[in-house]
Design a protein around this ligand. Sequence first.
Ligand code: NFS
Ligand code: SF4
Length: 640
Amino acid sequence: ARTVEEVSMDPAVQQLLTKARQEGVETAFDRADAHTACGFGATGVCCNHCLEGPCRIAPNGKGPQRGICGASLDTIVARNFLMKLTEGAAPHAEHGREVALALLEAAEGKAPYEIRDPQKLLRVADGLGIETHGREVNEIARAVALKALEDFQQQTGVLNWLRYRGQKKSVAKWEELGLLPVNAHLEIAQSVTRTAMGCDADPLNLLLGGLRMGLVDGYSGLHMSTDLQDILFGTPTAVKAEYNMGVLDAKKINIAVHGHLPLLSEKIVTWAKQLRHEALAAGSEGINLVGVCCTGNELLMRQGVPVATSFSSQELVIVSGVLEAMVVDVQCIMPGIQQVAECYHTEIITTLPYVKIPGANHVDFHPDNADEAAQAIVRRAIANYGKRNPDKVAIPTVKTEAYAGFSVEQIVGALSALNEQNPLAPLLDAIVSGQIRGVAAIVGCTNPREQQNVGNVAVARELLKHNVLVVATGCSAHSLAKHDLMNEKGLEYCGEGLRAVLKAVGNAVGMESLPPTLHMGSCVDNSRPADLLTTIADTLDVHIGQLPVVGTCPETHSPKALSIGTYFLAHGVDVHVGVSPQVKGSEWVTQTLTGDRTDEELNLDKLFGGKLIYETDPFLAAQKMLDRIDLKRRALGLSV
Ligand code: NFS
Ligand code: SF4
């Protein structure tokens, strides 16, 4: 087994993992040690798409070289990869659809949500071509929700959100290649069909299907979710908050919200405030809400709610012994939290009819009963407070301050303090002059098999040192925040040019400096960096893929991160992954993605001008990204 230091660079995680091990509590880190990777699965060469199989092809040429049905190695690897991308795109599309339905119910007065950002509603409605003049807010909201739902229904045409948010130059490229998605459900069903036994066997066609999934994820998932959530819950503005296990409070009733949908967590925020008197009556000093994973990011961005921890250490929040309840909705929820909770007094509460965990309690949550469900959940936590065992309480004192809330609106707002007429000018000037060498989005997860935070932090520090402006989302943002890359302390890692720009913009808005890395939100909020790139590219009248920008997910575990990455690849943005995407078994598939082939055949780089970079070493990864940034700078005629 790995030592606690080998598992994570976060001292709070190390302390709680030590405690868990002393108390005989098993976590994902221990299970990761117990599992040996299967060489076939790890390289994508095992197919179990039908009951003739599983068929596995050894890439070294030994044994059968085709599946029983005759599928080749390349077909099997490409098909498995497409399946992963479909598994990544589907939950994000469901996220978009859930929020669209909630907006519709809110607009019709059937669900207790209000429009907190009517200005954004008007902008989105305009972008979708909806008449706003002389119409009531709810009427417009209803029209926007119906437009969103069309993206799950229409049988002809193109996703409304793609037409609205896609950069015109990229859209033209996708149109030329016949990649434009019609509706998310149709595309997902077709993708499952094409990966089914006896359907698509052409590796290239399968990979193009993967790009479609990237677009489905990008528009029906990311963009739709962010736009509609901003409308319902407000567009984030800069906020200062705290990160890490030290945000738990022994004197209060602690509730962790975990999962993804702010529909649930926003209501928990409301009711945790409203039921404070009941918490006091139970003998506590109040209710302390903490976030885990992406719903944590959502609450952080809009409400400044502190964040306890990221994906791979989610079970350890419970090991603190002070968590009365962990409320979960959907995605990235390890079933293991229930086993851990049974060793303490923590109650796990599931809320969606299609996401249940054996042994956990269930409170059915739906937009129309949101208030009742949230009240019931908070009351369960209050009732559980008396069961806390003082002998098992140990909260690491570790916590860090971090700035978050950098929506595109906020970034442009800050920049306009320097140049009101043309807010983007200071950023573009800095990129052109080389003060800022390029822009990187660090996205994705933490993974119990990887040493937590090491990849995310090392890649960020290395890019900052070379004057790359870094934005972050998802659990990778947790890594950066916890290790002082979202407060002033981290400025020491920035190269001179970058630091000067961060200071200048910060000063203009009354801060000492902008933080070294900008927190743009949850994983669906990867729409925000995409929007920023669209704005920059349009201003310069170039294709997004021509910009000196990269995406990187050093520690991912999730197919969602792969489909987000594919979305960026479709724009011609280079994307680094630090964890194997499980395609190594096929040289053809690997080289098509990484653009490394020397022959004349198509590859991603030729097709879009961006490619997949698979590199486990964070320093080499940063170097490869910097090389690509320089290549693109040169092509634009910028200094290197
Ligand atoms: Ni993104 Fe967010 Fe975290 Fe990874 Fe999971 S919570 S949707 S998938 S693990 S960043
Ligand atoms: Fe084997 Fe073909 Fe069935 Fe896959 S689809 S398990 S390769 S027979």
